[in-house]
Write a protein that binds this ligand. Structure first.
Ligand SMILES: *Cc1c(COP(=O)(O)O)cnc(C)c1O
Length: 392
């Protein structure tokens, strides 16, 4: 018996795709076309046999420094360790305090606390979610040795006032650029304007590797050398320990893989920016922004957002989350709890209400899917579902 002929119209196809949902992140789409090249890079590392601090590590350090116009960089084991080893090189210790933001990934404040120093939190700016420079300066105490601002979600913090003050008072500024490689401000690229800066190669970051990895950037040759020594248990030469460091090394294998990905970073960043632009257009068509139901991320004049995350504020956020989950739309909450209210920091004595903007952000934010390979149809589906939620 002949089967009935099924014609798949574009409309039918689009409905079919729609019922499949949208992933929050699909790393495979990025890796698949590069698999051969990556396998070759892995093979090269295997054949080279130098698994610890092989030549690929130095090549990656040089390539990243060149990309952002820095004089040098040091590959390390993770973004978290990059923060820790930077603060170690700057001599951060007990009886000192470092000013940072309560609205970030834990590692930022964790690095300060791990060295026995006191994290001093200050509130954020509601439009960029980044540390408020005015509040940061107001919070400076006698024991304050520096600032640890974060360039959150891909948009740089306004560091001008902080940098001016720090220079005058001889304090350091370490830029946590884990989410902001290639992001720009009027003063320059992320991780090139402070005393030191860090990147993370965690798989969800804009330059994500196949495991943990990170980078420390500084224009200060002495600090860079210090980090290099600390990365290897503080030894120079081998078995002669100048400092108590740690094993903070970046694997040759990871560096080799990242060297394949790095040349694509600019193009991927452009794609992220294109996707963000389309989100803005799609959301503007829904009328949700005018009604104050949804607030879109901002890009300040002179700044270049790299959209590691596309984070909106949404009314009835938790109900929206349940709705999206039901419809198979990926999302994430960065971050559900501010750092000043975390149990491990209760000894610092903060309480609810101390940083109203950070606390409000935790209740309102939702990150929507954004990755270079996200399709237009998928984006329409995401925005369509958000619209469905508010119109039901
Ligand atoms: C990811 C991240 C880190 C830590 O990087 P890891 O490589 O995961 O250790 C630090 N700070 C911020 C803001 C991050 O997003």
């Amino acid at each position: 018996m002949p089967r009935p002929y099924i014609v798949l119209t574009p409309q039918a196809l689009s409905i079919m795709l729609r019922t499949m949902g949208v992933p929050f992140l699909d790393i495979k789409r990025q890796i698949e076309p590069l698999k051969k090249e990556i396998m070759m890079a892995i093979e090269e590392v295997i054949d080279g046999g130098a698994f610890i601090l092989g030549k690929q590590v130095q090549e990656l350090e040089e390539a990243i420094a060149k990309l952002i116009g820095a004089t040098g960089a040091v590959g390390v084991s993770s973004g978290s360790d990059a923060l820790l080893v930077s603060l170690m090189a700057l001599g951060v210790k007990g009886n000192q305090s470092v000013i940072t933001t309560p609205f970030t990934f834990f590692a930022t404040a964790g690095a300060i606390a791990r060295l026995g120093a006191t994290p001093i939190f200050v509130d954020i700016e509601p439009d960029t979610f980044n540390i408020s420079p005015e509040k940061a300066l107001e919070a400076v105490r006698k024991d304050t040795v520096g600032f640890l601002p974060v360039h959150l979600f891909g948009h740089m913090a306004d560091l001008k006032p902080i940098l001016d003050f720090a220079k005058q008072k001889n304090l350091f500024v370490v830029e946590d650029s884990a989410q902001s490689i290639l992001s720009e401000s009027p003063l320059g690229f992320a991780s090139t304007i402070g005393t030191m800066g860090i990147f993370s190669f965690f798989p969800t970051k804009n330059l994500g590797g196949f495991g943990d990895g990170g980078m420390v950037v500084t224009m200060d040759n002495d600090l860079r050398e210090h980090v290099r020594i600390l990365r290897n248990h503080g030894a120079k030469p081998k078995y002669h320990h100048l400092y108590v460091g740690g094993n903070f090394r970046l694997d040759t294998l990871h560096a080799g893989i990242l060297l394949v990905l790095l040349p694509r970073l600019k193009e991927w960043t452009e794609k992220r920016r294109g996707i963000a632009k389309r989100y803005v257009e799609l959301f503007e068509q829904t009328g949700l922004c005018e009604k104050g139901l949804v607030t879109l991320p901002c890009e300040r004049p002179g700044f270049r957002h790299v959209y590691n995350q596309f984070v909106i504020r949404a009314r009835r956020r938790d109900e929206l989350c349940s709705f999206l989950r039901e419809k198979g739309i990926g999302f994430a909450i960065y971050y559900p709890e501010p750092l000043h209210l975390q149990p491990c920091f209760s000894y610092l004595g903060y309480k609810e209400g101390d940083f109203p903007e950070a606390e409000r952000a935790c209740k309102e934010v939702i990150a929507l899917p954004i990755f270079p390979e996200l399709t237009k149809t998928e984006q329409e589906e995401v925005v369509g579902r958000v619209k469905d939620f508010y119109n039901q």
